[in-house]
Design a protein around this ligand. Structure first.
Ligand code: 8YV
Length: 319
């Protein structure tokens, strides 16, 4: 039997590409540019499977133009807000993602952003790097202490729990809002809030770990920023859609939000140039899961899902 034809839309890790080539007839997008709507539509006629990233958009409009050949979209991401799942399902196309394997890497980056935002990483790095550091005083670059502070986590799924585990190392008092309360063995002492407004009231540090859905779009708006304790620090490693960026600027201007650590933006790539004026905003370019170990694990997880599908089994991460 001929091997299934697989399109890999971006340059995945070498180990992933080597493994994929052993079992599939693979075409790799070596240019590493995001796949366009036209490319996706054309690929649906030429390939049995696609491994995309969050940079390829499977909108209902695109999926409606697919041919019948494409059988599975095995995402190389945990987030699937770039996929119209009902539209793909209606076409009989199987969709999978890569949960678990990126939780630690993303939680590490959330910790980096939280610490960097709280402790003047942007201004501190610049003043040393540019040779402008010419004085010192006890009042110089005084930040907000993380150790022992109250942390509010929105979305206590796999990444939220991994971040809580790391925050326990800083003796933080952990609170969370989630659709449902976690069993005690997974909550590990974190205090549940049945509604987000209750959580915001205690969140000296707030970290977002929920998916982007129509319900969570602009979850953090002007009203919700105002509910945070004065001087709160906000961290987002989930999706840019969760934050009303204009409202965050207003909250930063007033000082009500003291600082923010952002890996995700409403517009990607590119981010929001309005944040450049704030030394209190520590930014990274959507690299939460970008470690060598995690990239291999994400690629292998996507291939595990493909292998199961083509062996006639249900993929482990079927959505
Ligand atoms: C990835 C992510 O870098 O998995 C996700 O949802 O946002 C990131 O970890 C990206 O999606 C890779 O395709």
């Amino acid at each position: 039997m001929s091997r299934p034809r697989l399109w890999i839309t971006r340059r995945l890790s070498d180990a992933t590409l080597e493994r994929a080539a052993r079992n599939y007839e693979v075409v790799i997008n070596h240019e590493d540019e995001p796949g366009t709507a036209d490319q996706l539509i054309a690929a649906s006629a030429e390939f049995d499977a696609i491994i995309p990233c969050h940079s390829e958009h499977f909108s209902a409009e695109v999926v409606a133009q697919f041919s019948d050949r494409l059988k599975i979209v095995a995402n190389h991401s945990v987030g699937v807000d770039h996929c119209d799942l009902p539209a793909l399902k209606a076409r009989g196309i199987v969709v999978t993602n890569t949960p678990d394997v990126l939780s630690d890497a993303t939680a590490e980056l959330a910790m980096l952003l939280m610490l960097g935002a709280a402790r003047n990483a942007v201004a501190g790095d610049r003043i040393v790097r540019t040779g402008a550091w010419d004085s010192w005083s006890p009042a110089f670059m005084v930040g907000k202490q993380v150790t022992g502070a109250r942390l509010g986590i929105v979305g206590m799924g796999r990444v939220g729990q991994a971040f809580a585990a790391k925050a326990r190392g800083f003796d933080m008092e952990i609170h969370y809002y989630n659709r449902s309360e976690l069993p005690a063995d997974r909550a590990q002492g974190a205090q549940y809030h049945a509604n987000i407004d209750s959580l915001l009231g205690v969140a000296d540090f707030l970290s977002l770990h929920c998916p982007a859905t129509p319900e969570t779009t602009n979850l953090m708006n002007a009203e919700r920023f105002a509910r945070l304790p004065a001087g709160a620090v906000v961290v987002n490693t989930a999706r840019g859609a969760l934050v009303d960026e204009a409202a965050l600027c207003v909250a930063l201007d007033s000082g009500h939000v003291a600082a923010a650590g952002l890996d995700c933006f409403q517009v990607e790539p590119g981010g929001n140039p309005a944040f450049a004026q704030y030394d209190s905003v520590f930014m990274l370019p959507h690299i939460g899961s970008a470690t060598r170990k995690t990239r291999d694990a994400m690629g292998f997880r996507a291939l595990d899902n493909l292998d199961a599908f083509f062996a006639g089994r249900t993929p482990g991460d079927l959505l």
